[in-house]
Design a protein around this ligand. Structure first.
Ligand code: ZN
Length: 322
């Protein structure tokens, strides 16, 4: 069990987990609409994406409008730009620099989204460790010891570098995209205002791409942390399986996801399920390690049964059949 003297990270103060009345029971998410509890990280990521890409958008538009108006030749029915390759390169370098600054160094020198993904992994690790130590006397690592352990540090380093690479790819694509809009627009003789409009559209598309990366990485980090701790528990001789919690939101939750609510699966089954049919995309579900007997049945079936019942009535209501 965590000792009284261990430092309490700030996010645990607002985290929405509850202890089920009976001691030793698994700690499942209380929030039924967002079992994965990554709402805060997703919100923070969305905010930083919007902030940084707005700076990019406004900076690029200001720069090209200024430069292009200086280079306008005689206007007939089309805009003709007196622009040499050196000047175009200078604008493109400016765009690349601005994106690098805002995206790759936008969060205190780190790429945006990285911190929120790391936080999602860390928070889910802490919750998973607390859940396992609550159920088993055999658990010998508390949250603090886990977060300081070598395997944890290696894994969090992996999360960080993976998201870093994603953002590098995002940056390259955005830079190429904006450079193309600029050169094509000029070649077609579009006005600075028309080109600015296209830039605005492309930055909007970049925002959607970045939000998709954030959703994927934050939710993957959350799930990966739970699976990693589940694996660790079993390596430590604690027999567990993963209890599935679905969001159960009518009109949003996929029936195949709702059907798993309250059921237990091996880690391999869960990982396989997420790797197919796009199950990981926009999934709000989560899993909780539960202690099982030698046959893989939960030591206490109280909670899974209660959840299955709830899932059944949800399905009857949402899809018209259980
Ligand atoms: Zn789901």
């Amino acid at each position: 069990m965590p000792s009284a003297s261990m430092p309490i990270p700030t996010w645990t103060m607002t985290t929405t987990i509850r202890r089920v009345a009976m001691p030793g029971q698994p700690i499942v998410p209380r929030s039924t609409n967002s079992p994965a509890q990554t709402t805060r990280q997703l919100k923070a990521a969305r905010r930083s994406i919007r902030e940084s890409l707005r700076v990019v958008r406004d900076g690029v538009i200001e720069r090209i409008q200024h430069d292009m108006r200086m280079m306008l030749g005689n206007r007939s029915d089309r805009y003709r730009y007196l622009l040499d390759q050196g000047q175009l390169d200078a604008i493109n370098d400016y765009i690349a620099g601005l994106i690098a600054q805002e995206v790759m160094r936008g969060n205190q020198g780190d790429p945006i989204i990285v911190q929120q993904s790391v936080t999602a992994y860390e928070a889910a690790t802490a919750a998973a460790v607390t859940n396992i130590t609550t159920q088993s006397e055999q658990a010998f690592r508390n949250v603090e010891q886990t977060l300081m352990s070598e395997p944890y540090r290696r894994r969090i380093g992996y999360v960080r570098s993976r998201v870093f690479e994603e953002m590098q790819g995002f940056t390259d694509q955005t830079r190429t995209d904006l450079a193309r809009v600029l050169s094509e627009g000029m070649a077609r003789g579009e006005s600075p205002t028309e080109i600015a409009g296209r830039i605005r559209d492309r930055v909007g598309a970049a925002m959607s791409r970045a939000e998709k990366i954030a959703r994927t990485e934050i939710n993957t980090g959350h799930r990966r942390a739970i699976w990693d701790q589940d694996e660790q528990a079993n390596a430590d001789g604690i027999n567990t399986r993963l209890l599935h919690s679905s969001a159960l939101i009518a009109g949003r939750t996929r029936e195949t996801h709702a059907r798993r609510h309250g059921r237990v699966y091996t880690r391999q089954e869960v990982e396989d399920w997420y790797s197919r049919d796009g199950n990981g995309i926009n999934c709000l579900c989560t899993q909780t390690s539960v202690l099982v007997d030698a046959n893989g049945r939960p030591l206490s079936s109280r909670l899974p049964k209660k959840m299955q019942k709830r899932g059944q009535s949800f399905r009857a209501e949402a899809y018209g059949h259980a």
